[in-house]
Design a protein around this ligand. Structure first.
Ligand code: HEC
Ligand code: HEC
Ligand code: HEC
Ligand code: HEC
Ligand code: HEC
Ligand code: HEC
Ligand code: HEC
Ligand code: HEC
Length: 360
């Protein structure tokens, strides 16, 4: 073996020889197809340098005693802050754009980064769409990030692509405009500018009733009207419109952080998780024949964003087991051994003929 074979873990207490896992007579074509014993020599009774590890220490086989995935263990919640009631949005006859009735599907909100190009049935091309920073190519295998463009994982749902058409950000009944989906400090000047344009064209609106309840048609009380200057009118309307925006419109989906001494709220980070199981590999495109809900059954009934909607190990074991017609269940199917962050550019000395000659 003249390959680069980066180590597995900084904390491993010994380093098995390359040949113990990659012995040529075991079939060089499937370099990765190492027997479980190569892993369980450590993992069935794991010891780590410094003797501490956060990982379960007795994993002997996927079928028998592999632990439930960490994301599914009791008391684990989803840390995301965007409110989304899956059950409600998946009801038949949901009220859609322009009074239509629709039946939403998972793919209306969830697609892999490679499939995110669109069109999105409930998206708004005018809204700004930013690819979240954590979707940039990852290097460390423990870093929860996704190489783009990939079909393996689903990209986080965005407002612009998946909510915009049904949840408008209109801010004043006088105006057809919606605010941009952005930070409050970007929205505030937008609102002010729109109101300035409006009042310049509608000077009559500067006369505002002092107490709308006394503005009865049979008993007009002219003294109870105030005549505002355009800046006064804009300031009053902006305050009222923005209070409604923050406290009603944005708050429907977001957690708002009101800060002492600041007129504008902060929007809590959305925290949508890109990868829930960073210590294993999963690939949605390899499971395309399986209906979304048969792995994510909880998605059809969940009413809280804090619910975890992921399949547990029992779901995987239905197919990944040691039977004849089964999907692969040895460790290498789902885990990598060499830390990709340590990998140098591939530099193989084998030709195809070499590999075929070694494969028996
Ligand atoms: C020489 C001992 C040793 C061998 C052999 C070994 N591991 Fe590990 N492995 C460790 C240690 C030690 C840790 C814990 C590291 C820590 O706590 O930082 C670990 C952690 C892991 C983890 C969790 C952390 C992560 O980075 O994802 C997985 C998954 C894993 N090993 C899979 C495997 C597989 C699959 C094999 C066989 C191809 C294997 N290991 C072979 C020692 C070993
Ligand atoms: C119908 C639901 C919905 C409404 C209403 C909504 N948002 Fe969002 N917002 C989202 C979703 C989903 C995301 C996460 C992905 C994305 O679109 O960037 C998000 C992300 C954000 C972010 C980035 C947060 C981060 O750190 O990830 C900001 C800022 C934001 N929204 C501001 C607002 C403001 C201000 C309002 C009100 C004017 C608002 N949003 C109304 C759904 C909504
Ligand atoms: C096809 C139209 C449609 C799309 C797309 C849509 N929604 Fe909704 N949403 C609705 C309707 C209709 C309601 C009100 C249902 C009711 O109150 O009966 C609603 C209600 C909500 C509520 C309040 C839920 C509750 O439990 O009271 C939240 C929060 C919400 N939507 C978030 C979102 C987010 C976030 C997105 C995008 C990821 C989104 N919606 C996409 C139609 C839609
Ligand atoms: C064979 C089981 C299986 C099927 C079928 C499946 N998923 Fe997943 N899904 C998973 C697993 C496992 C994860 C966790 C992967 C991770 O984050 O490490 C996941 C994660 C997700 C996530 C969170 C983001 C991510 O990719 O980690 C979303 C959203 C999702 N799936 C949606 C879907 C949709 C939509 C479908 C149907 C098109 C689907 N899934 C089909 C197993 C499945
Ligand atoms: C069919 C896929 C699959 C197979 C096969 C598999 N695992 Fe896992 N394993 C997972 C998933 C998914 C996780 C959860 C990863 C996470 O939480 O980030 C996991 C987690 C782990 C962990 C971390 C446990 C912890 O403390 O959270 C270890 C260690 C591990 N596996 C070792 C092994 C070993 C050793 C084998 C072979 C005997 C094996 N796995 C076979 C899918 C698999
Ligand atoms: C209206 C858009 C919308 C639809 C339709 C939708 N989702 Fe989601 N989904 C979201 C949003 C937004 C999030 C992130 C907030 C959260 O965690 O609930 C999410 C989160 C998820 C997650 C990861 C959250 C976790 O903790 O496990 C999974 C898995 C998922 N959805 C699966 C599905 C499946 C499967 C379907 C179809 C049966 C579906 N979703 C339909 C918008 C949607
Ligand atoms: C309906 C059957 C089925 C279920 C359920 C299932 N898988 Fe698979 N999986 C397959 C098949 C078939 C393949 C491809 C053939 C093979 O590798 O044996 C595959 C391949 C994989 C691969 C290799 C992907 C690649 O890049 O080559 C991983 C990793 C994997 N599955 C993990 C999982 C995990 C984790 C679960 C549970 C959350 C799961 N699978 C549930 C049938 C299934
Ligand atoms: C405990 C078993 C084990 C040991 C020891 C081991 N490997 Fe691997 N090796 C694997 C597995 C499993 C894979 C499949 C992909 C991965 O885990 O990175 C692999 C993949 C590879 C690959 C292909 C990487 C790629 O890009 O797909 C090379 C090259 C390699 N090993 C070289 C080595 C060398 C050189 C050594 C000795 C320094 C070594 N291996 C030691 C299990 C092992």
């Amino acid at each position: 073996m003249c390959h680069d074979g980066p180590i597995h873990q900084a904390k491993q207490v010994f380093t098995p020889s390359c040949a113990s896992c990659h012995a040529d007579h075991r079939g060089a074509i499937r370099l990765a197809a190492t027997g479980d014993a190569n892993c369980t020599q450590c993992h069935a009774n794991l010891t780590a340098r410094g003797s501490s590890t956060q990982f379960v220490r007795n994993v002997a086989s996927f079928e028998s005693n592999h632990p439930e995935f960490a994301a599914l263990r009791p008391e684990r919640r989803d840390p995301g802050t965007i409110q989304l009631n899956h059950y409600l949005h998946l009801q038949p006859n949901l009220l859609g754009p322009n009074g239509s009735r629709v039946q939403m599907a998972c793919a209306d909100c969830h697609r892999s980064a490679a499939d995110a190009g669109g069109p999105w049935p409930y998206g708004d091309s005018k809204s700004k769409t930013e690819i979240p920073k954590d979707l940039s190519p990852g290097i460390s295998k423990n870093e929860p990030s996704i190489p783009v463009p990939s079909r393996a994982y689903m990209a986080p749902a965005t407002y612009a692509q998946t909510c915009a058409v049904c949840h408008s950000l209109q801010f004043d009944k006088r105006l057809a405009d919606a605010v941009p989906h952005d930070k409050p400090e970007v929205i505030h000047p937008f609102v002010v500018a729109k109101l300035q344009d409006y009042i310049a064209a509608h000077q009559a609106d500067l006369r505002v009733p002092r107490d709308p309840s006394r503005d009865l048609p049979e008993k007009p009380i002219p003294a109870d009207y105030r005549l505002l200057t355009p800046p006064q009118w804009v300031a009053e309307r902006a305050t009222e419109d923005e209070q409604l925006l923050w406290r009603k419109t944005c708050k429907q989906c977001h957690t708002l952080l009101m800060e002492e001494g600041s007129a504008l709220p902060k929007i809590a980070p959305s925290n949508i998780t890109a990868r829930y199981m960073p210590h294993a590999n999963f690939d949605h495109s390899q499971h395309g024949l399986v209906d979304c809900a048969s792995c994510h059954a909880a998605a059809t009934t969940s009413q809280q964003s804090s619910d975890v909607l992921l399949p547990g190990i029992a779901t995987c074991r239905a197919c990944h087991h040691s039977g004849a017609e089964a999907a692969e269940s040895r460790c290498f199917e789902c885990h990598t051994y060499h830390d990709p962050a340590q990998r140098k550019p591939a530099h193989s000395n084998f030709s195809v003929a070499d590999l075929l000659a070694r494969a028996h």
